[in-house]
Design a binder for this molecule. Structure first.
Ligand code: ATP
Ligand code: MG
Length: 318
């Protein structure tokens, strides 16, 4: 592959599409920020989505839009982005927040003194919005009592900060809220990043629209082959579970192959190979959504690529 082909792949990877749930979440977060700037009111929001639905991308976009300013006397961090570490103890989370805020010694001190430093630094840096990504890590560690304690610490922190906050994570993060009523009340507003929430448009059509928007960024055209548009949309939904990451991965893989083999279009056959190669190596014949033998069902059973550990959350969403 030559340099221009690598450039085409890179450009495609960097492309951000404004699909409906992504834009809804973006606007909701910016509304929180505007409300805070105009009134000082701090609202909280939960943004939930399975892996690959765009949560971290949404955070990155906000951080780019409201970048950190490095002034001679201090840093101004309007939007503070924190990614919860896997060992999500209160100590680890507080250290991480301090690290992002530029504390010279983020691991020192008791939880109480770290909490106070977080509040002082947030004020000094002019933080106006807190984005907490990978929030489910706070649920993944420990049992009921730990969940309650972590939840209680977050509740006290956001109350004392008096800043708007957005917690983003996998659907199982909701379970942490189930054990802490006070936290649940603060995060009563929830948004899902999943496709399939529209009353007017089917999830397959939404999936196809996202695919078409992404395909428009490709340097070569795409053909539906022998499939009609509606059927192609269905197959695409089964191949991606309606998640932007998988739609992108399918197109990326098919594009890389087409560019290296010198094809002048991408066909369902390329997508069929891309699915096996980059999404699920066992996804062949009846289990490959782009194969003519496909069994037309969601690939979410045990061991399949879209198996979900969040039966409760998925049931609420649909
Ligand atoms: N709006 C978008 N437009 C185009 N591509 C996107 C968009 N949102 C996400 N993607 C792509 O999808 C992939 C996964 O996105 P991201 O990492 O944001 O998902 P996530 O929900 O944070 O997943 P995880 O829960 O696994 O961390 C990335 O390659 C990203 O480029
Ligand atoms: Mg992420």
């Amino acid at each position: 592959m030559d340099k221009s082909n690598y450039d085409a792949l890179l450009r495609f990877e960097e492309e951000n599409i404004e699909f409906p749930p992504f834009v809804r979440a973006l606007h909701a977060i910016e509304d929180q920020l505007r409300l805070f700037r105009s009134t000082g009111m701090a609202k909280h929001l939960l943004v939930l989505g399975e892996s690959g639905t765009g949560k971290s991308t949404l955070c990155r976009l906000l951080v780019q839009k409201y970048p950190r300013l490095v002034l001679p006397e201090r840093d101004v961090v309007s939007v503070l982005y924190v990614c919860v570490p896997a060992s999500a103890t209160i100590a680890a989370v507080s250290s991480e927040i301090l690290r992002v805020l530029g504390d010279p010694d983020p691991n020192s001190g008791t939880v109480q003194s770290r909490t106070l430093r977080i509040i002082t630094l947030c004020r000094a840096c002019g933080v106006e919005l807190l984005l907490v990504d990978e929030a489910q890590h706070m649920h993944d560690r420990g049992k009921h009592t730990t969940h309650y304690l972590v939840g209680d610490w977050i509740k006290r922190l956001i109350d004392e900060l008096a800043l708007p906050s957005v917690f983003l994570g996998l659907p199982r993060f909701e379970r942490l809220l189930q054990v802490n009523e006070q936290l649940r009340r603060r995060f009563s507003r929830r948004l899902w990043l999943a496709l399939g929430q529209s009353d007017e448009t089917s999830v397959e059509t939404e999936c196809l629209q996202l695919f078409i928007s992404l395909a428009a960024c490709l340097p070569i055209p795409l053909s539906y082959g022998e499939y009609g548009v509606e059927e192609f949309g269905q197959r695409l939904f089964y191949a991606s579970d309606g998640r932007v990451a998988y739609i992108k991965k399918l197109l990326q893989s098919a594009l890389a192959r087409a560019l290296s083999d010198g094809y002048d279009e991408i066909t369902p056959r390329d997508l069929q190979q891309a699915f096996t190669q980059d999404i699920w190596w066992e996804g062949v014949e009846r289990l490959n959504p782009f194969s003519t033998d496909f069994c037309f069902r969601r690939l979410d059973r045990a061991g399949e690529p879209f198996e979900t550990g969040a039966a409760i959350a998925t049931a609420t969403r649909r």
